[in-house]
Design a protein around this ligand. Structure first.
Ligand SMILES: [Zn+2]
Length: 165
């Protein structure tokens, strides 16, 4: 499944393709999960590799939303989504905005100014700046991980995309 999603993303060549690929949040969430958890879902708190989807479950005041998972480790039970503990989490932006921003970044050799990003994404310039900053943070995190002999699946995905445009 994950490979299929990656293939889908690699095949996005035109803006029209992009609009179709990022058409709704549910679809975007699946795409992003495929990128972040390429080798299966991992708890961001403890690294445990088993977790369950708890969408629709009663959580007291509200129902668990789609894309919410709970770590199966008895000591942890951490609840998380695909953006938990990533720079994407701090904002309340729709996932499709993040995916579009990533796609645009991958398409541009020289990087994108926040002014341009704001225009293309239809968000305010401060928001565009935060998006750019978060994506740069992820690139820095990748460089750090590589220096320490590690490479997160998501970050290696970005790297691979950059390497073969
Ligand atoms: Zn855990």
């Amino acid at each position: 499944m994950s490979e299929m999603m990656l293939a889908t993303l690699s095949n996005i060549r035109t803006v029209e393709d992009m609009v179709a690929a990022f058409r709704d949040e549910e679809h975007c969430r699946h795409l992003l999960e495929g990128m972040v958890w390429r080798d299966g879902r991992v708890c961001p708190a403890c690294g445990y590799k088993r977790s369950i989807a708890i969408a629709g479950r009663d959580m007291g005041k509200r129902r668990a939303r789609a894309g919410l998972y709970q770590c199966s480790s008895g000591d942890c039970r951490f609840q998380f989504t695909v953006t938990t503990h990533t720079p994407m989490h701090a904002t309340k932006l729709p996932l499709r905005v993040w995916l579009k921003a990533m796609w645009l970044l991958l398409q541009s050799d020289k990087g994108l100014s926040s002014v341009r990003l704001a225009e293309v994404l239809g968000v305010s310039q401060p928001t565009a700046w935060r998006i750019g900053h978060a994506l740069r943070l992820m690139v820095v995190a990748r460089a750090y991980a590589r220096r320490h002999g590690r490479s997160g699946p998501f970050l290696s995905w970005l790297k691979a995309q950059k390497a073969c445009p």
